[in-house]
Design a protein around this ligand. Structure first.
Ligand SMILES: Nc1ncnc2c1ncn2[C@@H]1O[C@H](COP(=O)(O)OP(=O)(O)O)[C@@H](O)[C@H]1O
Ligand SMILES: [Mg+2]
Length: 280
């Protein structure tokens, strides 16, 4: 990571407000209490005492250094891996014991996640086959492709699409099931810088239009600060929450103007410092 020095002003101003879970408790998408995670044959504890409440429609970015446990944490959130005994995990008030219906993953590796013998639309229909009949399923898939601006490429196969487009198809597939919670693990990590910046803007628009709650994992401070309504930085070994901040950036964001604003630079400074100190 390269850390450009933020403006000096950032050091003197008061930080943005800390996140106040109590004010939003009535409308929670996701909640965990006392979460601990053990990995490997020796049950090494990589996460301990992690408490998190995510209100519906929030765009939460979780940051942490490589190896801190981000991917494992997200898998546990989505019921793909077990939490240690004594941990509480809930999706919309229902305990998470296995993969819950309302949570969908979007991974970094779009190429491996799309079926090459299916068109974009038929890939998007994948998660709907058990629940919707043909015409309805097709309409839902087309609406999701519309949302990611790929309706005109619905009949193309993955190999006919660019990396950015393939990642949009994966996103459309996730959105098509109208999930309570989108769990995204560095989903833009394999894309070139320009495509990535375009998709960041698109993802914020899509989140507003779809009303989805997003937990987005990344090690990229700029990506997190640009995307998030709220920023959480993991800290320590085992990891728990070191910093939890609400973003004070405007809802509509622009890759040039937003990143030049004092609010952006201040937030970036705070988050960089927290990530840098996270191993302490
Ligand atoms: N199934 C597993 N068995 C053993 N170790 C694991 C397993 N899953 C993750 N780990 C270890 O847990 C730590 C966190 O991994 P990971 O969640 O991939 O981190 P991050 O995504 O933050 O880079 C690493 O030290 C990794 O080696
Ligand atoms: Mg990871």
């Amino acid at each position: 990571m390269t850390a450009a020095r933020p403006v000096a002003k950032a050091e003197t101003e008061s930080p943005p407000p800390a996140f106040d879970a109590a004010s939003t408790r009535t409308d929670l998408a996701f909640r965990c209490r006392g979460l601990a995670i053990d990995v490997g044959v020796e049950s090494r504890r990589i996460v301990a005492g992690l408490d998190l409440e995510v209100p519906r429609r929030q765009f939460l970015c979780i940051l942490g250094e490589s190896g801190v446990g981000k991917t494992t944490l997200l898998r546990v959130f989505g019921g793909l891996a077990p939490a240690a005994p004594g941990s509480t995990l809930e999706l919309k008030g229902r305990p998470i014991v296995g993969p819950p219906d309302g949570a969908v993953f979007v991974f970094q590796n779009y190429a491996a996640s799309l079926l090459p013998w299916r068109s974009a639309r038929r890939n998007v229909e994948l998660g709907l086959e058990a629940s919707l009949a043909g015409p309805e399923r097709k309409a839902r898939a087309m609406a999701a492709l519309e949302l990611v601006k790929l309706a005109d490429r619905a009949d193309d196969y993955p190999w006919q699409l660019s990396g950015g487009m393939q990642q949009r198809v994966q996103l459309a597939r996730a959105l098509a099931v109208k999930p309570e919670l989108l769990l995204m693990d560095e989903p833009f990590g394999a894309l070139d810088a320009m495509t990535r910046e375009i998709l960041q803007v698109e993802l914020r628009r899509i989140q507003r239009e779809s009303g989805a709650t997003i937990i987005f994992i990344t090690h990229d401070v700029d990506e997190a600060v640009f995307l998030a309504d709220r920023l959480v930085v993991l800290k320590g070994k085992p990891a728990s929450i070191g910093l939890d901040l609400l973003s004070d950036l405007p809802v509509g964001r622009d890759q040039v103007r937003t990143k030049e604003s004092p609010e952006y630079l201040k937030l970036r400074h705070l988050v960089y410092d927290a990530v840098r100190r996270s191993g302490d």
